[in-house]
Design a protein around this ligand. Structure first.
Ligand SMILES: O=C1C[C@@](O)(C(=O)O)C[C@@H](O)[C@@H]1O
Length: 764
């Protein structure tokens, strides 16, 4: 029988070949300065600082330069692993597969991380020796999707990003259990399928690999699975959960050889899959080995009981929990139940485990079948969901995100609220987009309403008036408002939190600009939380957006507000879409803006990326941000020439313009100037981001591309910012591509125009 065990000690992660103490050399200074959330909300770290050696196939040298580009480093081809030292770190090295096969085992694992890059178009599987002995394996195709996949793969495997902590801090997380025999069938609908999801599960055991004779393989080969993972990852930015569910737990993976599980699961670690589902029945040495060799992947321990006799209050249930904790970052326990009461027993189990094992990993506990469905609304950690577009549900009783949210709404757990896009008369054609939000709410089964409204400085149409409503559910401000202007003369904001004012994030403190207002429960510890107006009640929160003014409808005293800034995250995500965060580390940037407020979000994003120096043009850097890096204003032609003459290390690597479209000629000139900079090598591709919105003369982005920059525009940052805003306002994840889809761009403008969506209504 299972016995009481200590909770796992989370040591530095390694993967196979790497010795524990050097494995993921996470710089402690870096770890403590993790401030950024990238993309789906992952944190930035310095990560593994060993030299990346890319093993390339015949005629595939090009992949080495792409790795180097993603890492923002130059590259060199080498003959062998022998003699590769830590001093090479500033280079990416390439070694041909033939040479690597000979010298692989001689590599100094403290100095080198070996990545086997295999072009799937050349045939599968990759060289089996190299697959087995490399640290990581990157499978790619010659498509445009590969680059983004590579950026994510390398940032994750080198320990620069991690989604886990951010996901676990979310009040609720969902993952979709895809049940396709071939993920290709999911790809056309991947955006819709993943709205509201925090991760995507690939049920490896449900994949059906076609054989030449028309039959299907009993279990899909690693080669088939690798390709499926690659295809999925090329099309979603969400973390992947890799599951080989066994036959007695409603899966198809055979149980006679536990080593087969090790082989498949360890390979997923090498592929850089974020979450690895490890069943708790597997022999302990296999679970331990996987945990020790997990690289940067997180382990989800899984237990399913289909006997129909499982009891949550039993000693057995507790012992399973304790055993699961040994080698896991998340513990999942799921059982078939017969009695509705078992749902309440599960809730008791959940709180008992939290109380008795406070250090235990987050717990995902569910009951299966129709009787257990309510537990899927109670569970908050990685609740598995299905979608009407999936061929089958992955487990009895599974619900979609919309069904779960609808159930929560009917239980009073998700009160209907009014969410606003607060704009100004001068920014009518910009975001936010009411039909887009409505589409999100529909897809997600959220009861909220969204309206675009205009703000005025004071009076009944001021930001505070829109917020001071009983049904207020949050707002996106476009353009952003300065924190000082919002607080100026606002009795409502000043009185929040018993007179301490709204909570502000570090981003707002540094940037000074607020673009998102989030409703939060008032912290329990706040003194004197007696309501000063009628408290929020689920039944009372159902009035429509056009409720008439009435004091009784004022903002509930049990709630509070958080002022946040989503734009800087939009900028950060854009800058790291095709590049690893480390590409920016210690580098130099140029920021152009006509006012510090316009530049601040970009400056904060550069701080998160730990850029070393910023040249500024057209504004004075606020003191709070100026302390983050060296700042030098370009105030003369000489200073500009000096910067231009620098070599790769010190010369500008990234240019961000927050100037308006009317200044595009000037921006184009500067881009040209730095594009052809004297000291720069042709191997390092620089980055240009143009935040200007609206019609302009000349296109600095096109000029930048001609000059060899990777160029991004405001559409990219807007899509990422919108995804971030939805996440902040309603706690749900929407894919970047969903925010960039034509519906978002075309339909919204048309509909806004046709329906006069820019309402001139007044707050209740
Ligand atoms: O572990 C789980 C949970 C699940 O079994 C469910 O009950 O929803 C569905 C599986 O795909 C997943 O791996």
């Amino acid at each position: 029988m299972l016995t009481q065990v200590p909770m796992p000690v989370h040591r530095p992660s390694t993967n196979g070949a790497v010795t524990p103490d050097v494995a993921m050399d996470i710089d402690s200074k870096a770890a403590s300065s993790m401030i950024g959330d990238v993309g789906t909300g992952s944190r930035l770290q310095r990560g593994d600082t060993r030299t990346a050696v890319i093993i390339y196939g015949p005629g595939q040298e090009n992949i080495v330069s792409i790795f180097a580009d993603v890492l923002g480093k130059p590259f060199r081809l080498a003959d062998s692993f022998q003699g590769v030292l830590t001093t090479e770190q500033e280079l990416v090295l390439g070694i041909s597969a033939d040479s690597a096969r000979i010298s692989m085992n001689t590599r100094d694992r403290k100095a080198v991380v070996a990545i086997n890059a295999h072009n799937v178009d050349l045939g599968m599987p990759p060289d089996t020796y190299l697959s087995a002995h490399c640290d990581y394996e990157f499978l790619y195709t010659d498509t445009r999707f590969s680059r983004r996949d590579l950026a994510r793969f390398i940032a994750f495997t080198l320990g620069q990003i991690s989604h886990h902590e951010t996901l676990m801090a979310k009040p609720r997380t969902f993952f979709i259990s895809t049940t396709f025999p071939d993920v290709r069938a999911a790809l056309p609908n991947i955006e819709l399928l993943t709205v509201g999801c925090d991760a995507v599960e690939l049920r490896v055991d449900l994949l059906k690999e076609p054989l030449r004779d028309g039959a299907f393989a009993q279990i899909p080969s690693l080669s088939y699975v690798g390709e499926q993972i690659m295809l999925l990852r090329q099309r979603t930015e969400l973390p992947i959960i890799y599951t080989t569910r066994c036959t007695t737990e409603n899966g198809r993976f055979p149980m006679d050889d536990p080593n087969l599980f090790y082989e498949y699961l360890y390979r997923a670690i090498q592929w850089g899959v974020e979450y690895i589902d490890v069943e708790v029945w597997l022999p302990e040495d296999i679970r331990r080995k996987l945990f020790e060799n997990r690289g940067n992947s997180h382990i989800m321990s899984a237990f399913h009981d289909f006997s129909g006799t499982f009891k949550w209050p039993s000693a057995y249930a507790q012992s399973v929990f304790v055993e699961s904790c040994k080698y896991a970052h998340i513990v999942k326990m799921i059982a078939i139940i017969n009695d509705h009461n078992d749902n309440f027993e599960l809730e008791y189990f959940r709180s008992k485990m939290r109380a008795e094992y406070p250090e235990s990993p987050p717990f995902s506990g569910l009951n299966m079948g129709e009787t257990g469905q309510i537990s899927r609304t109670f569970n908050k950690v990685f609740t598995p969901i299905t979608h009407p577009l999936l061929p089958i549900i992955a487990a009895p009783g599974q619900m979609s995100a919309a069904e779960i949210n609808a159930a929560l709404a009917s239980l009073g757990q998700l009160p209907k609220s009014s969410i606003y896009g607060i704009t100004t008369s001068s920014s009518r054609i910009q975001v936010p987009h009411a039909p887009f939000y409505e589409k999100c709410f529909n897809e997600l089964g959220l009861p909220h309403q969204f309206a675009v409204v205009e703000r005025q400085m004071k009076g009944p149409l001021s930001v505070e008036a829109w917020c001071n409503q009983r049904t207020f559910g949050g707002a996106s401000l476009n353009p952003a408002a300065s924190f000082t202007s919002l607080m100026h003369n606002s009795i409502f904001f000043a009185k929040l939190n018993n007179g301490t004012g709204p909570t502000i994030t570090e981003a707002v403190r540094m940037i000074g600009m607020v673009d998102t207002i989030v409703v939060q429960p008032k912290p329990a510890s706040s003194p004197g939380s007696a309501p000063s107006s009628i408290p929020s009640s689920p039944h009372r929160r159902s009035e429509s957006l056009s409720s008439s003014p009435n004091n009784a409808y004022r903002f509930p005293a049990s709630s509070s507000l958080l002022f946040d800034n989503a734009s800087w995250r939009g900028i950060l995500s854009t800058l790291t879409r095709d590049l690893a965060p480390s590409a920016y580390f210690g580098r130099t940037a140029v920021v152009l803006a006509s006012h510090a407020d316009d530049a601040a979000s970009a400056m904060y994003a550069l701080k998160a990326l730990r850029v070393g120096k910023v040249y500024t043009v057209g504004f004075k850097t606020p003191l709070a941000l100026a302390r983050s890096f060296k700042v030098e204003p370009f105030n003369s032609l000489e200073s500009l020439q000096r910067a231009r003459a620098m070599g790769d290390d010190a010369g500008p690597f990234v240019l961000i313009s927050a100037l308006g479209p009317e200044k595009s000629t000037l921006v184009g000139m500067l881009v040209r100037l730095f594009g052809g900079a004297r000291g720069s090598s042709s191997q390092i591709r620089k980055v240009f981001l143009d935040l200007a919105d609206g019609p302009r003369k000349g296109d600095p982005g096109a000029i930048a591309e001609q000059c060899g920059f990777a160029a991004y525009g405001v559409d990219d940052t807007t899509a990422f910012t919108t995804a971030e805003t939805v996440r902040l306002l309603v706690g749900q994840n929407v894919p970047y591509s969903f925010c960039r889809s034509p519906i978002f761009e075309v339909e919204t403008h048309t509909l806004e125009h046709l329906s006069g969506r820019h309402m001139s209504m007044s707050p209740a």
